[in-house]
Design a protein. Structure first.
Length: 317
């Protein structure tokens, strides 16, 4: 049994033996963890891998809107060359599955497997936020257990998935029957400027990060002042978090760069720039000016902290 270095031992070491397919049965899982894992596979494998995730406890306590939409977004997004395919399914029939299995296959055969307390969430694998206990187990037996669950699952992007599961709002902001801003004053918030100290947008930074030769012009980040980065408001250690926007979109974000000075969309840096350009009424790849922000009606963006992995991002006019 082991408690330390879970991510390295379970999610990365098997890649050195050229395992190419990972099957995960997890009681609870988040798109932030899946996004973090995909991002951190960079240069870790020469063989593109396939990831198959089953979320087990959905029949017991249902699924939140933000988690569900996050999984749907990830399985349909463009993947890095290290990942050949991502599939995510939910257990839809009782009994709910509270087990956690991580099974690696090579050439179609199970070769390594782990079981234990660690759910497929960042608090189990990233940083030292929670103590977990995992152990090696028989891979053939583990695969048999996984296969037995599959007939009771439905893919998260199935056309009729909402007929099989109950979606619940984690917070009032996610409830379509509520006013989006109702109750948000009860949560901590910060407002981040999109312009520099000179009063202009960055020429090669911020919303214009990609405005240089050889870069995708939509690449962007939201500048994060050091005092806010150090305050603990946003998760650090390159942990991914979800932002639900005022116009009901969802972004997976991460704090990164030297001294934690930037908030980015880590799977694809252009997603954030494309989002802001759309809100500003600009074409993709356009240079963003102070005049564009003034014309829209604001030069900053507000984040409301709903929980450790979920934020409300307000760029409303």
């Amino acid at each position: 049994m082991f408690q330390a270095d879970l991510a390295e031992k379970i999610l990365f070491e098997p890649l050195r033996d050229e395992a190419e397919e990972l099957y995960i049965l997890s009681a609870y899982a988040t798109p932030n963890m899946l996004s973090w894992y995909i991002k951190n596979l960079y240069h870790k494998t020469a063989v593109p891998i396939r990831i198959n995730l089953i979320v087990g406890m959905v029949p017991f306590d249902n699924m939140s809107v933000s988690i569900h939409e996050g999984f749907q977004q990830l399985v349909s997004s463009t993947l890095p060359h290290e990942v050949a395919q991502v599939k995510c399914s939910y257990v839809i029939d009782k009994p709910a599955e509270h087990a956690n299995l991580f099974i690696w296959c090579k050439s179609g055969q199970p070769v390594t497997a782990f079981m234990g307390s660690a759910n497929f969430v960042q608090s189990s694998f990233v940083g030292r936020h929670r103590s977990e206990l995992m152990e090696l187990c028989d891979p053939v037996e583990a695969m048999s257990c996984y296969d037995a669950v599959v007939p009771r699952t439905v893919y998260c992007n199935h056309a009729e998935i909402e007929e099989y599961i109950i979606l619940r709002p984690t917070h009032p902001v996610l409830d379509l029957e509520c006013n989006l801003v109702e109750g948000l004053d009860d949560y901590d918030s910060v407002t981040l400027s999109l312009i520099t100290k000179s009063g202009e947008t960055g020429t090669r930074s911020g919303l214009n990060w990609g405005q240089r030769r050889g870069r995708e012009p939509n690449q962007a980040y939201i500048p994060l002042p050091s005092r806010i980065a150090k305050s603990g408001f946003f998760p650090l250690e390159k942990r991914h978090f979800t932002a639900i926007t005022d116009d009901r979109h969802q972004l997976t974000l991460r704090v990164e760069q030297q001294n934690n000075k930037a908030i980015t969309t880590p799977v694809r840096n252009s997603d954030l720039g494309e989002y802001f350009r759309r809100r500003l009424g600009l074409r993709n790849g356009a240079y963003v000016t102070r005049a564009d922000l003034d014309r829209y009606g604001r030069t900053d963006v507000k984040f409301v902290k709903l929980d450790e992995e979920t934020f409300y991002m307000d760029f409303s006019q």
